[in-house]
Design a protein. Structure first.
Length: 317
């Protein structure tokens, strides 16, 4: 057995059993990948892949167990490289952050300048997508950390810590009747909101599940006329009178959004928690821990390492 065989098996699985795509990603030939895999199977004495003719269709039952071991071996090899990099170049490297638009637009601008000032040689990249996509990017190794509100804590293979809490707000134009209702009552209700068309987040984003659950529990069917992936789009359509908007409170800026009014809605939809996650068992450079600490300022470094370490994280000093 050799490390090349482990890489070929892993990449074949990652590329949905397409040997041509696996070969391209590994910068080698398709026959070479196929030959290496067959030799690996012969050495093991078990068939890893199910085949139909020359095409690989999936994993056999023993192949599923082998795939888990191969994944661990490749991960530890990558960890060895990261350990070497950590000691050779402690203050330089790259950090790929998978996040939603809301995090990229409203949360990260408060953190990234300070991080860059401390680690000017670390190259940052943002990969925007849904919480599910962000989690998948970290699990596949295509991102170092994921930042999102939904589901990171429940995603197998990830270790996460809570960064901060936030609530929803309702935005509308100053002349909207909801403003008079809020001024008169001092608070708004779900039935007040249900009287008007609503523009809010796509079901995969920013606490949308809490919004849907709140209306459902109240026996109300809101008229959600538009679902968007970020608050800027929501505010744009509120501004053209499509409806009232429900957004993350952090996405309302009294100065930049002075053409709109914001009404607190935390009592209706509850408190949300944004988390930062990494791949469990992954070696983390020190500057990744620093970044997590900046995102979660209420936790000190030992608390972060303890919480992440409880999910199988390793770190070498």
């Amino acid at each position: 057995m050799n490390l090349q065989q482990f890489r070929f098996v892993r990449e074949t699985i990652r590329r949905n059993f397409n040997l041509t795509e696996a070969a391209k990603s590994l910068y080698t030939s398709q026959p070479g990948v196929s030959k290496a895999i067959m030799e690996f199977e012969q050495e093991l004495g078990v068939q890893i892949f199910e085949r139909h003719g020359k095409r690989i269709k999936g994993l056999t039952r023993p192949g599923q167990a082998v795939a888990e071991v191969v994944e661990r071996i490749n991960r530890e090899i990558e960890n060895l490289r990261k350990v070497s990099d950590e000691y050779a170049r402690r203050d330089q490297g790259s950090l790929i952050i998978a996040c939603t638009h809301t995090q990229a637009r409203y949360a990260l601008p408060k953190v990234i300048p300070a991080f860059r000032a401390q680690f000017p040689k670390v190259h940052l990249s943002l990969a925007e997508g849904s919480p599910t996509q962000s989690a998948e990017l970290v699990l596949s190794g295509d991102a170092d950390v994921a930042i999102a509100t939904e589901s990171l804590a429940q995603t197998p293979g990830l270790a996460s810590v809570a960064c901060y809490h936030w609530e929803h707000s309702v935005v509308c134009k100053p002349e909207h009747p909801l403003i008079e209702t809020y001024s008169r009552k001092g608070v708004i209700s779900l039935s007040d909101l249900a009287e008007y068309p609503i523009v809010t987040y796509d079901p995969a984003f920013s606490g949308r599940r809490n919004i849907d659950d709140a209306f459902a529990q109240a026996g109300l069917s809101p008229d959600i006329v538009l679902a968007a992936v970020d608050a800027d789009v929501i505010k744009t359509y509120v501004d053209v009178d499509l409806g009232i908007g429900i957004i993350a409170s952090m996405a309302y800026d009294p100065l930049q959004d002075d053409h709109l009014c914001s009404i607190p809605a935390g009592h209706l939809f509850g408190r949300q928690t944004t988390r930062v996650a990494v791949k469990a068992g992954e070696f983390l450079r020190d500057y990744v821990y620093t970044f997590i600490g900046m995102m979660a300022p209420d936790l000190d470094e030992s608390e972060i390492k303890q919480q992440i370490g409880s999910a199988g994280m390793t770190n070498v000093r």
